[in-house]
Design a protein around this ligand. Sequence first.
Ligand SMILES: CCCCCCCCCCCCC/C=C/C(=O)SCCNC(=O)CCNC(=O)[C@H](O)C(C)(C)COP(=O)(O)OP(=O)(O)OC[C@H]1O[C@@H](n2cnc3c(N)ncnc32)[C@H](O)[C@@H]1OP(=O)(O)O
Length: 332
Amino acid sequence: MRAKTSIELKEGAICFEASGCGAQGQNKYKFSLDLYSDVDPEIACRTLAREVLLTVQKVQRVWWPRLTKQKRKPVFLRADFDRWLDESDAEREEQLKDEENINKLLIESRKQSKPLDNIKRCYLFLYNLVQFLFFLHVFGSLSKSFLLNNGLTPGLLESTGQTIRLCQLLAFLEILHSAVGFVRSPILPTLFQVLGRAFVFFLVIDGQEELQNPWSALVVYYIWSAIEIFRYPFYMLGSVGFSWRPLTWARYTLWIPLYPLGVIAEGVCIWLAIPSFAQVDTYSVHLIGANLDFVYVLYAWLGLLPFGLAVNFRHLWKQRRHRLCGRKRKMP
Ligand SMILES: CCCCCCCCCCCCC/C=C/C(=O)SCCNC(=O)CCNC(=O)[C@H](O)C(C)(C)COP(=O)(O)OP(=O)(O)OC[C@H]1O[C@@H](n2cnc3c(N)ncnc32)[C@H](O)[C@@H]1OP(=O)(O)O
């Protein structure tokens, strides 16, 4: 039946008129249907071989108890059960549509984050590689001097000090990495670690004209580098999605003796520096009516060391259990 149709929405009722050739020859067809609630005036109409399909959008996407305003169903009105959805089907259909939209958004966001993710991985890989090479230089130079030359070779303190200076300047980035969520390191242990080492290197060791006892600094450098030549390669592999069991074990085990040893070596380094800072005014602050002698800061720092060690020791112990024993970390 090729129908010429006219469809109008008048005061909430659909008025339909068509003429065409049906089973009884050429005919006029019309009906008007008073709908239950408001609908969009734009009514889509598709004329097929044997039927005319009207698609009507509700103004409010809510469930209607029936199609028409009046409770009694018009005699000519029948449900097409091939297309029928009851409330739960409709909700399920809505839910499937929402899930489909969410999956599309997730795929989109993954696509967008992919380039950023790769840039972050490359950056972390390079950062860790540079730190590893610097600390390897320090560990290698000191090992060669201690083990092969049985002592201090000329220029050893300066060359290793230069390299440690670069490592520690770069290490401030680790506070940023943690603060912006680049890595999952919590901020407090990272602050203690980075500021703890920066205090010892830039203020205590670098702040002295002449080190009374260079060994105190070299031992600190040696212990620091002894853990970092495992920690940074571990991070390097991790940043590109790899791990190597012996390296993971070393990263999460060697700190157990090295951390206390390192903090003790730093404490000795600070203790030995007190007399030389007592003779000079370096870093002492003189405000009106108040003097802050740097020596008191050194004493205070000696008091803070055990606390900082306890915080980081506990944190690393948890990390060790999580990584080596596979205990699930409590999600934040
Ligand atoms: C605020 C005022 C300051 C007060 C200061 C108080 C006094 C300070 C006292 C403390 C003094 C410390 C001085 C330092 C002494 C020494 O270092 S002695 C030598 C031995 N030292 C060590 O062994 C410590 C080495 N350092 C660390 O382990 C870290 O710095 C840490 C912060 C202490 C712990 O590391 P953290 O990152 O929290 O744990 P991890 O398991 O290693 O990493 C967590 C996850 O994050 C990923 N990640 C971290 N960094 C990177 C990176 N650079 N690149 C890539 N990925 C990284 C890591 O892979 C882990 O990922 P997941 O396993 O997937 O979670």
